[in-house]
Design a protein around this ligand. Sequence first.
Ligand code: COA
Length: 332
Amino acid sequence: MNKITAAITAVGAYVPDFVLTNKILETMVDTNDEWIITRTGIKERRILKDDTKGTSYLAIRAAQDLIKKANIDPLDIDLILMATATADMPVASTAAYVATNIGATNAFGYDLQAACSSFLFGMSTAAAYIESGRYKKVLLIGADKMSSIVDYKDRATCIIFGDGAGAVLFEPNYEGLGLQDEYLRTDGEGRDFLKIHAGGSLYPTSIETINDNLHNIVQEGKTVFKFAVTNMADACELIMKRNNLTNQEVTWLVPHQANKRIIDATASRMNLEDSKVLMNIERYGNTTSATLPLVLSDFEHLFKKGDTIIFAAFGGGFSWGSIYLKWAYDKQ
Ligand code: COA
């Protein structure tokens, strides 16, 4: 029998209806549409307005979209990996709740957190389960309700983030398609540059942490930008070299959507023409764990069996990396 590789065989997505435009943000903080577009490339983002719903709601909708489109029986799903930085609650696994609510009652599931690299690292985890031969259907969901941790008085962060979810199904492939190689890295020296200060075990929630507004995401934008540009570009260059891939042989770049300038710098290092660089940042902003599957969902119609796709991400921690994958199907 041929070696088992782990292929993406279906994609689903969900974004909430409410559109938070730059114009609306102008009424909330001291900013303007032109600054946001030129500095980030973002025009609008989606926000889950319902306070009674958490990240699981977004994840369930994305998973249901995939299940419907791919016409799979949720009972056949073996494992649900939930990539998220905004779990519904601490401790109780969001993946468990999602699995039950989509009818995947034969599956087990757990959450996987590596900030904006959660989905990229989740691809590696999902692929390892498939390649081992242990499981046949692994559902990887990337979902974040970033609006639940954004301070809408902080213009340095509130302009960037949005809510959304995407899901992919990993299955065994015997033609050599799917995940080919990965380069994944972390550097704990970076943790103070992009974080939520309190609410974890180091600084548990207290009256003081609430009064001091320490439960929202904060970042030192310039430092994050510098590390993101260098590391994402380095990772992509390395994975291309290691696999003897020329810029002509790369069909698509699927990058984390944090800032258009970071994506442009990465694409430029790879020497890729613009038409190969997939972006939807202008419509969704940075949805953290959902950026990569939302790109896959928006551009799935362009992909052909055998296409060479390079994924790249950078996030808090710091965490970053690149994955080389061969697309496994033509869209019907
Ligand atoms: N609107 C208008 N002006 C703003 C602003 C906003 N929303 N946010 C910051 N500014 C101002 C700053 O106060 C500063 O003014 P000053 O020169 O008078 O001090 C000026 O714009 C430049 O600020 P700076 O932070 O240096 O801008 P920047 O070019 O680095 O862009 C980010 C800011 C946040 C867009 C950019 O640093 C970035 O994208 N960083 C990476 C963030 C990221 O990717 N995070 C997630 C990682 S997964």
